[in-house]
Structure formats: C-alpha cells, structure tokens
Design a protein around this ligand. Structure first.
Ligand code: HEM
Ligand code: HEM
Length: 190
C-alpha cells in the first residue's frame, strides 16, 4: 500500500466549510421554529402551548445568532468565488435574493424579540439564559411587531421557496456546481 504525500486538489467552487455548516444548521433551525409555532395552533393544553412557544423563541434566537455569524462570515469572505457562469441578470437575481434572505433572517427574529418584549414576555434561549427586554410593555408596539414578525416570516418562507427552486434548477436543468458547492463533502462531480 502506498500513500501519496501530495494533497488532494481542492474541488472547484467549494464553499468554505463554516458557511456550508451554518447554511444547513439554519435550514434545520428554521424548520423547527416554524413547525413549533404552527403546531402550537393544534394544541389546547396551556403548559404544552407555553413549551412550544418557548422552543419557538429559542430556535428563533438561534437563527438570529446564526444570521449574524453568517453575515460577518460572508462579509469577511467577500467576494465568494463564482461556481457557475451566469448572465448578469441571473447574477443580480441571485445576489438580491441572498441579500434579502440575510436581511429577513435578522429582521424576523429581531421582530419576534421585540414582540415578546413589548408584551412583557421573556425571550429565553433553551432555558440557558434570557435576553433582556428591548422595550417597556406597549400594546400598540406589540401589535406592530406582531404584524411585522408574521409578514416577515411568510415573506421569508416564500423567498426560500424561490431559492430552493433556483437551486434545483441549477442542479437538474443547468447541471452546474451550484448545489454541490453547498453540500457538505458531496460537491465533486463524479
Ligand atoms: C427566523 C426566526 C423566526 C421565524 C421564521 C418565526 C416565525 C413565526 C411564525 C410563522 C409565527 C406565527 C405567526 C402567526 O401566524 O400568528 C410566529 C409567532 C410568534 N413568534 Fe416567531 N419566528 C421567529 C423568531 C422568533 C423569535 C426570536 C421570537 C422571540 C424571542 C419569536 C416570538 C414569537 C411570538 C411571541 C409569536 C406569537 C405566538 C402566538 O401568540 O401565537 N419568534 N413566529
Ligand atoms: C432555511 C432555508 C434556507 C435559507 C434561509 C437559505 C439561505 C441561503 C443564503 C443566504 C445563501 C447565500 C450564501 C452566500 O452566498 O452568502 C444560500 C446559498 C445557497 N443555498 Fe440556501 N437557504 C436555505 C435553504 C436551501 C435549500 C433547501 C437548498 C437546496 C435545495 C439551498 C441551496 C443553496 C445553494 C445551492 C446556495 C449557493 C448559491 C450560490 O452560491 O450561488 N438552500 N442559501
């Protein structure tokens, strides 16, 4: 058996591992946050409703932390190497969608935190710590934060639908490296 001393060539268009890890942890945390808060609608028992909302807030705050970390990482790594040759309009569309996704990933949980604060409710993180309240109790502000939180959340979900459709289009129609570049360890074409 022989071992080569030369390192394996880095696959073209590979995304930094932290960016890929944070991307997929974001997906899992978002599925959890949305499932918990929507599943709560089907529950009558008060203690269970409280637990589901607390878990929703915890995953939401995890998303806020991840969103901040991703923005910092993304700015630090700018510009990312292109993994596919795209016309200018498609490049603009992708950049605009990604920018809006980042914005909503920060704004939606921030509005959730504001909503909890304005209702005088805690914004706890898995029982480990509680974030300070952003404002004094204020019903009108609570209504506004609730509207913004809900509208932002559904806008985020709609954009994610578009984003996933674009990723699948790249993979199955354009047959380029875009999706592979975001898959952990599976990014090389055979
Ligand atoms: C990206 C992160 C988040 C998403 C996608 C999200 C999404 C949602 C959705 C879809 C709803 C249901 C809206 C409705 O139809 O009534 C909701 C409600 C709510 N969220 Fe979030 N949320 C996030 C983060 C947070 C955070 C960080 C907090 C607080 C720390 C929070 C607190 C709340 C509260 C208090 C409600 C109202 C629940 C109720 O009274 O029924 N959310 N959220
Ligand atoms: C919670 C759901 C998701 C969110 C919030 C999200 C968010 C993002 C963001 C902000 C980027 C830009 C990364 C950067 O360049 O800085 C990105 C890239 C990407 N995402 Fe997602 N994503 C989600 C789900 C998915 C899913 C389910 C897929 C696959 C089906 C996917 C495939 C990709 C691909 C392929 C890229 C790289 C695009 C490129 O380099 O041009 N994403 N995602």
């Amino acid at each position: 058996m022989s071992f080569s001393a030369s390192p394996l060539p880095k696959p073209a268009g590979r995304r930094p591992v932290l960016l890929v890890a944070f991307h997929w942890i974001t997906v899992l945390a978002l599925v959890a946050a949305v499932t918990l808060v929507l599943g709560r609608e089907a529950v009558d028992e008060k203690a269970l409703r409280t637990l589901l909302l607390n878990l929703h807030k915890s995953f939401g705050l995890l998303l806020l932390g991840l969103g901040l970390a991703r923005v910092v990482l993304r700015v630090a790594l700018h510009p990312l190497p292109a993994v596919a040759e795209l016309p200018a309009l498609a490049r603009f569309g992708a950049a605009a969608t990604h920018g809006l996704l980042y914005l909503l990933l920060l704004a939606v949980p921030a509005c959730g935190w504001l909503l909890a604060s304005s209702l005088g409710k805690p914004a706890g993180f898995f029982g480990l710590f509680t974030l300070p309240s952003l404002v004094d109790i204020d019903e009108d502000l609570g209504d506004l934060a609730s509207e913004l939180h809900e509208t932002g959340a559904y806008l985020l979900l709609a954009l994610i639908g578009l984003h996933v459709a674009a990723a699948l289009h790249h993979h199955f129609i354009l047959k380029d490296q875009t999706l592979r570049s975001m898959l952990p360890g599976l990014h090389q074409r055979p």
